[in-house]
Design a protein around this ligand. Structure first.
Ligand SMILES: NC(=O)c1ccc[n+]([C@@H]2O[C@H](COP(=O)([O-])OP(=O)(O)OC[C@H]3O[C@@H](n4cnc5c(N)ncnc54)[C@H](O)[C@@H]3O)[C@@H](O)[C@H]2O)c1
Length: 291
């Protein structure tokens, strides 16, 4: 039996055994891809009781199917689809305005749309290819924050306190070399910087900004690598440089994103969180030579 002066734990969020996104309005970019991180994240937020999830993408050939699937599995969640360019300022502003008009709140923006850009030696990259990579991968998350942060500060009858969570997809390529071409890596390093500087610019607002840094995940972006390895019979070598010795699944990133978007992560801010099987934890090594 606890003594009379036994203090309760100051709990900051609803029980962690309950849905983690209850009532939240969530916007996700880069959600069209069948294998993608955006689709997997949408499923996690819907499964965790979101009020509404916006699926946004440049391409829209799968968006209707994703909506149908989520409508069937989670009928109490409003699913909206939006064909848009994540780097188009007016388009980003419009989807956020729509969320505010419909629900009088915005809680989570997962700025996840991304492209690989030119896959060649830096000296062969032209200005256009370099800037296009930065436009989608870096300007996109910047615009998301520019319009999402003020929207998240609005309160309403269903949202008593200002605040929200902006999550940007960076990459282990943004942490150090050897995980992508130079334009891609630079664009993702800039995303990490966005999360750091925006977290401070949003001081006192209750809006958190974090970057997630996936390692090698089998998605639409990387499927050619996996398909080629399977064709060669070398798929067992994929991911051998990380201590889990495998590639990751989109769902493994989505669950980290769900956490960052939830109130469980209420003190996690300005961070670049690697979800990479441990790849970025080590120095370079020769496989088989270390204990
Ligand atoms: N797959 C990996 O190994 C890996 C590793 C690190 C980081 N990432 C990052 O994860 C994010 C998600 O990519 P993924 O791996 O799911 O790849 P994916 O190709 O399966 O999905 C990316 C989605 O972004 C969309 N998109 C591209 N440009 C867009 C634009 N201008 N506006 C709106 N949507 C646009 C694409 O249509 C696609 O649906 C990207 O930012 C990517 O750089 C992926």
């Amino acid at each position: 039996m606890a003594p009379n002066n036994y203090p309760p734990i100051h709990e900051v969020a609803p029980p962690s055994t309950q849905p983690r996104a209850n009532g939240k309005v969530v916007i996700i970019t880069g959600a069209n891809s069948l294998l993608g991180i955006g689709r997997a994240a949408a499923s996690q937020f819907a499964q965790n009781g979101a009020r509404a999830v916006y699926l946004c993408d440049f391409a829209d050939d799968n968006l209707a199917a994703h909506k149908k699937d989520l409508d069937n599995r989670f009928p109490s969640v409003d699913i909206h689809v939006c064909k848009f360019d994540a780097a188009d300022e007016a388009a980003v502003r419009n989807v956020i305005t729509d969320a505010l008009q419909r629900y009088q709140r915005l809680d989570v923006f997962f700025a996840n749309a991304g492209i690989l850009g030119p896959q060649t030696l830096f000296s062969n990259v032209d200005s256009e290819g370099f800037m296009q990579t930065l436009r989608v991968n870096t300007l996109g998350p910047f615009l998301a924050a520019k319009y999402a942060a003020p929207a998240m500060q609005k309160t309403s009858p269903t949202k008593s306190a200002p605040g929200g969570s902006i999550i940007m997809t960076a990459s282990v390529a943004g942490l150090r070399s050897n995980a992508g071409a130079t334009p891609y890596s630079a664009s993702k390093a800039a995303v990490i910087s966005l999360a750091q500087t925006l977290a401070f610019q949003l001081v006192g607002t209750g809006v958190r900004v974090n970057a997630v840094c996936p390692g090698l995940i089998e998605t639409g972006m990387t499927s050619a690598v996996f398909d080629a390895a399977r064709a060669r019979g070398t798929q067992g070598k994929i991911g051998q440089l990380n201590p889990l010795r495998r590639a990751g699944h989109a769902d493994e990133i989505a669950r980290a994103v769900l956490f960052l978007g939830s109130d469980d992560a209420s003190y996690v801010n300005g961070q670049a969180w690697a979800v990479d099987g441990g790849l970025s934890a080590g120095h370079p090594f020769v496989p088989g030579k270390l204990a």
